[in-house]
Design a protein around this ligand. Structure first.
Ligand SMILES: NC(=O)c1ccc[n+]([C@@H]2O[C@H](COP(=O)([O-])OP(=O)(O)OC[C@H]3O[C@@H](n4cnc5c(N)ncnc54)[C@H](OP(=O)(O)O)[C@@H]3O)[C@@H](O)[C@H]2O)c1
Length: 217
């Protein structure tokens, strides 16, 4: 499968590394097609790896991961272009965090409460098939659930069932056996709304190695 991973931060690197390790072809996308972090990443990962602008890697890819600054997500969506993302499964792992007033960050008002980053991304890219997932945990856990002992949960939501099946397949490759499907993309409001709680819990636990576990009969 050809994956574009948009974002050169720690999440982009972690997901791109894992996808390459699983045998996929991956191109890392950035605002600058010659972003040194993306170039370095691609050079170290063999013939299946590459890099380029958001639009170029999206055009090449079959699936596109959005792992960019959540507050700037919609700028990245415009840069990736409607045409290059049309009919493709988008894996949105972002959180719309505003860090402009320091820590802890707040949710961007225009992307929270009565809407979400995931929904705004879908509105910006109407022909793409956006699925929200993996945003509720630390990046290392995203691709290695065995870092924690016992069972714990990953969530997903989206309006396109086939795209969700694609994402469930990818999550299975990462080691997630039983993801919880929260239904339509509007459920991203709740998934992203967990962030203020997660940030508070981070301070309490003293490490990012923790996750949510849903207990039910
Ligand atoms: N860190 C985690 O463990 C974690 C866990 C769950 C979810 N998330 C979410 O995943 C996303 C990525 O997180 P991250 O920690 O890897 O990196 P980040 O610092 O939130 O984002 C870095 C990426 O955003 C891109 N970006 C595009 N436009 C930007 C702009 N105008 N200003 C700043 N950056 C811009 C950068 O692009 P260029 O490469 O083009 O410069 C860079 O690749 C975020 O939405 C975050 O909330 C993170």
């Amino acid at each position: 499968m050809r994956y574009a991973v948009l974002g050169t931060g720690m999440v982009g690197h972690t997901l791109a590394d894992k996808l390459i390790a699983m045998g996929h072809e991956v191109r890392m996308g950035a605002r600058d097609g010659d972003n040194p972090k993306a170039v370095d990443w691609a050079e170290g990962k063999g013939p299946g790896a590459g890099h380029g602008s958001y639009a170029d890697v999206s055009e090449w890819a079959e699936r596109i991961v959005f792992a960019v600054n959540g507050a700037k997500l919609l700028d990245v969506a415009v840069a990736a272009t409607k045409e290059a993302t049309a009919d493709k499964t988008i894996i949105d792992v972002t959180n719309p965090l505003d860090t402009s007033n320091g820590m802890p960050p707040t949710l961007v008002p225009e992307m929270s409460n009565t809407t979400s980053a995931g929904e705004q991304l879908q509105l910006k890219l109407p022909d793409a098939r956006v699925v929200k997932t993996l945003n509720t945990m630390n990046h290392l856990l995203m691709v290695d659930p065995g870092r924690l002992s016992g069972s714990h949960d990953v969530f997903l939501c989206g309006d396109d069932e086939a795209a969700k099946a694609d994402v469930i397949g990818m999550l299975s490759e990462f080691g997630w056996d039983d993801p919880i499907d929260l239904g339509p993309l509007a459920a991203a409001r709740g998934m992203e709304g967990l962030m203020p709680f997660w940030l508070r819990m981070w301070g309490v636990v003293g490490s990012a190695d923790f996750n949510y576990k849903i207990v039910r009969n």
